[in-house]
Design a protein around this ligand. Structure first.
Ligand code: A3P
Length: 287
């Protein structure tokens, strides 16, 4: 799995989506407002799902209002090329996305009252989702064999670097009142319960009917069938969905159909070694 890249403070970025200037700007100069809400993830962990949920919550479940813009420009990634023009036009409170690791995140965030919703997913399913994504996103070149994607992921050579460092970095904030984390698997198992917890964190007071609307409009089927949320409006020279869907399966445990026994044992060993100091058991480890 290769793509034109550069490394910034040990993290890998794609030249097609970032420059050293945009990443440095995001880290050092980006002005965070106290009422900003950040949707932070490692790629393929449910970023777009959370964009949909947060936008619906902000609009009290009103799908027409929350769905005016296509999802890929609704909550721009503030570290990417071209995002600043979009962000300048946004009204507050802004919902912004980011895949940045903790050590490169906007410095002004740490002095603000802004909030972060961090979504994380079983890394085995992240690898599978990424493997399929390499077939449709045009930045990926050359061989895209599963073993290669797995190895690049483990070595931290994937876009946005190491999943292990990303999660460990962000979990340093787990007890901070401005930080909330939830797993993709928890959302799958109980989307309504997740939405209620997110509302509480954000101080959003939605009634039962409004919460039902958030849940209804953030289901996998609704998002897959809607051109505003399924990324089909992106030009095919950026993403070619004739080779697979961006909203692919939307399930947990698909890794069992992709990993060989040897790959699974290898990954478990790496996972245990790299995560041993964190002392946290994530939801997917219980199932
Ligand atoms: P799969 O490839 O496993 O299907 P991201 O938005 O971070 O790129 O993550 C993409 C993954 O989230 C894809 O996983 C996609 O199908 C899944 N996804 C997006 N919307 C979803 C939803 N409403 N419910 C469940 N999964 C969703």
């Amino acid at each position: 799995m290769s793509f034109d890249h550069f490394d910034y403070k040990g993290t890998r970025f794609a030249k097609a989506a970032h420059s050293e200037d945009t990443v440095s700007y995001a880290e050092n100069e980006f002005e965070v407002f106290d009422d900003d809400i950040f949707n932070v993830t490692y790629p393929k962990s449910g970023t777009n799902w959370m964009i949909q949920i947060l936008n619906l919550i902000q609009n009290k479940g009103d799908h027409e209002k929350s769905n005016i813009l296509p999802i890929h420009i609704r909550s721009p990634w503030f570290e990417t090329l071209g995002s600043q023009e979009q962000i300048q036009k946004m009204e507050s409170p802004r919902i912004l996305s980011s895949h940045l690791p903790h050590h490169i995140f906007a410095k002004s965030f740490f002095k603000s009252k802004a909030k972060i919703v961090y979504t994380l997913r079983n890394p085995r399913d992240v690898i599978v989702s990424l493997f399929h994504f390499t077939k449709i996103l045009k930045i990926y070149k050359g061989s895209k064999e599963f073993q290669e994607v797995l190895e690049d992921f483990i070595q931290g050579n994937a876009l946005y670097g190491s999943w292990f460092d990303h999660v460990k970095g962000w979990m340093q904030m787990k007890d901070d009142s401005r930080f909330f984390f939830i797993t993709y698997e928890e959302l799958l198992q109980d989307l309504r319960g997740g939405v209620v917890r997110i509302c509480k964190f954000l101080g959003e007071d939605l009634d039962d009917a409004q919460i039902d609307l958030v849940v209804k409009h953030s289901s996998f089927k609704t998002m897959k069938d809607d051109a505003q949320t399924n990324w089909t409006q992106l030009p095919t020279d950026i993403m070619d969905q004739s080779k697979g869907s961006f909203l692919r399966k939307g399930i947990s445990g698909d890794w069992k159909k992709h990993f060989t026994v040897a790959q699974s044992e290898y990954f478990d060993k790496v996972y245990q070694e790299k995560m041993k100091d964190l002392n946290m058991n994530f939801f997917w480890e219980q199932s």
